[in-house]
Design a protein. Structure first.
Length: 618
């Protein structure tokens, strides 16, 4: 028992100091427990197959799909309209919306769904995401107190009551308690998030240089200024011809930026978009959308000569939405080194298209931009070339470090491009997952629902590839939770948790119901900092029930103290999965949770000691 407590205390100290990564600390503690024989290997590794851990992996993938498809931006745009640019209103909306969802969906699922949306909201509002993410995690837990199904500890105390022959709690008996908790959470977190959390991002970004975004490159080189698009109609004379046969550059002075093909299946629900660079051998097909750069008069003449159709809502062929999309094709800058073999050679002799399938869209030379007649431009050392092609081909340019230097991280920029045409699919998958988790008549376990949703996001193309889906998983959080879950087994197995809970509660029973109630709440809170909230509720519920019966008081307020103490645990990143989910995204340390979560946890406990007897008399 004492070895377990020593390991637990040492783990807490290392978490607090932050000198070693939290997942490494958790794994070291797990190895010690196994080596010393406190846990068997099966018990030690059980956390990695735990349903909560598997659910977190799937929820990271679903959340990544919501972000990758732009669905997060769409939803956050609606919320931003309600917020009206006010940081206060935005904070309140995040807290209220998350709490409302958390009343019916697990707090882990709620926070995972809201995480990408809140990150988008913070970016649009130009405030630190860390200021909103911890309140988001706490709001998910606060909302769980609104209904019977909101959080597992609620079901645990319901089972304890019915098992002892007491009248069961109704679905909304929890609502008054939950509303008071949410109100306290808003009042406490509003100043704390501003004072403590808003400084975190600034520290993390110090000294870091920012690469140009795709939008900045488009604006800098004026790529969208003379951009037009036309559709190859059924009667178009261009159909079946190659780009080389048309000789568009010489005859019309135009550059073909890309050829886009869109297909729609399942009555318009599943839409696929493919972009192709305009190579000389590209054959144009009916329905292709051709993107042209050049004078509007020349593009209009070209469209008339070949009977091209204007897209819907753009009678002159203008691209109504402005800008370019970068689903498959991207742009990046490379700097030509003075020692490159291409110096003093004409661009058309450089072989970018032949060797890399790359187009050169523009050249920046000593602050001037060359956009016309590029084929006959002689290259100089130090020239910055704006290259265009598939993201894979652009990334290959980094292999020629003796010739040029690729500016920025093209693949990282590609990852930021949202596949917005897949947003309806992501929305349907998200709603399906929520429905399977909420409605009891659908015979699917929550973890299964999450796994189904995660696989569907990959199969329906909500990610560029499977690797992109894997990259959305925050493995540090996964390992942290998986390695800490067996700690509860060690505490229960050695009798440490039973000893602590029994001694504290039995010692306080003689001082009256309020002191006993406070003891149950804070004992539960203390245990939940180190073991899962569900395990703590299972452990404490019979103790609270027995204590109430022995002293002659109603068990309801005491059991509510158990579920509150187990659910309202905010002072540790691994006490609840939502806390762990936002840890890396918000760049939080262990002490950030202590600074913000501990005051909230204490205030809720103090208030509830006096409020619970008013709602459920002794």
């Amino acid at each position: 028992m004492f070895l377990t407590l020593i390991i637990l205390a040492a783990t807490a100290v290392f978490f607090a100091t932050g000198k070693i990564r939290s997942d490494v600390v958790a794994v070291c503690a797990l190895i010690l427990l196994t080596t010393l024989g406190i846990l068997t290997p099966d018990e030690a590794l059980a956390g990695f197959s735990n349903q909560v851990v598997i659910m977190m992996v799937g929820l990271f993938v679903v959340g990544g799909a919501i972000f990758q498809t732009g669905l997060a931006k769409m939803i956050s745009g609606r919320i931003m309209k309600l917020a009206g640019g006010s940081a206060l209103r935005l904070f309140l909306l995040v807290m209220i919306v998350t709490s409302a969802i958390g009343a019916f969906v697990s707090n882990t699922g709620t926070v995972a769904l809201m995480l990408p949306i809140v990150v988008s909201l913070a970016a649009k509002a130009r405030i630190s995401a860390s200021r909103l993410l911890m309140p988001l995690a706490f709001a998910g837990s606060l909302g769980g107190m609104l209904t019977l199904i909101g959080t597992p500890p609620n079901l645990v105390i319901q089972d304890a009551l019915t098992g002892a022959g007491y009248e069961p709690l109704s679905f909304f008996d929890f609502t008054p308690v939950g509303l008071i908790c949410i109100a306290i959470g808003i009042i406490v977190l509003l100043p704390l998030s501003k004072w403590v959390l808003s400084k975190i991002d600034g520290k993390a970004d110090d000294g870091k240089t920012k690469n140009k975004s795709l939008e900045q490159l488009v604006a800098e080189y004026h790529l969208a200024d003379n951009l037009s698009r036309y559709i190859v109609a059924q009667n178009s004379l261009i159909k079946g011809k190659t780009i080389a046969e048309l000789d568009i550059r010489n005859r019309y002075g135009l550059t073909v930026i890309e050829i886009r093909r869109e297909t729609t299946r399942q009555k318009g629900l599943i839409k696929n978009v493919s972009q192709e660079p305009a190579g000389p051998n590209t054959v144009l097909q009916e329905g292709d959308i051709i993107y042209l750069s050049g004078e509007k008069e020349h593009t209009a003449r070209f469209a008339a000569d070949y009977k091209l159709a204007a897209p819907d809502g753009a009678a002159d062929g203008g691209k109504e939405r402005g800008g370019l999309d970068f689903y498959d094709i991207g742009i990046a800058e490379i700097v030509l080194l003075p020692t490159s073999r291409l110096v003093n050679r004409l661009l058309k002799e450089a072989g970018f298209r032949e060797k890399y399938s790359i187009n050169i869209a523009g050249i920046r030379r000593r602050g001037e931009y060359i956009m016309d007649g590029l084929a006959d431009v002689r290259l100089h050392g130090g020239d910055v070339l704006l290259v265009q092609g598939t993201w894979a081909n652009i990334s290959r340019l980094g292999n020629e470090e003796e010739q040029w230097v690729v500016l920025g991280q093209p693949l990282e920029e590609a990852a930021k491009v949202t596949l917005d045409y897949k947003a309806p699919i992501a929305a349907c998958i998200m709603l399906l997952m929520v429905a399977m988790m909420v409605f009891d008549f659908i015979p699917v376990a929550p973890v299964t629902a999450v796994m189904i949703a995660a696989v569907l996001t990959v199969l329906t193309g909500c990610f560029r590839n499977v690797e992109a889906a894997y990259k959305t998983i925050n493995w540090e959080s996964i390992v942290l939770i998986a390695a800490m879950l067996p700690m509860s087994t060690a505490l229960e197995k050695t009798g440490a948790s039973a000893m602590v809970s029994h001694s504290l509660v039995s010692g306080l029973g003689t001082y009256g119901p309020y002191v006993l109630l406070a003891g149950i709440y804070f004992t539960t809170s203390l245990l939940t900092m180190f073991i899962s909230n569900t395990a703590t509720a299972v452990l404490m519920a019979p103790i609270a029930l027995t204590s109430a019966m022995e002293t002659g008081f109603s068990p309801y307020p005491f059991l509510f103290a158990v579920t509150l103490g187990a659910s309202m645990c905010f002072a540790s990143p691994f006490s609840t999965p939502p806390n762990a989910l936002v840890m890396q995204a918000g760049r939080y340390s262990f002490m950030d949770y202590v600074k913000v979560g501990l005051p909230l946890q204490l205030i809720i406990g103090i208030v509830m000691v006096f409020v619970l007897p008013l709602l459920f008399p002794f």
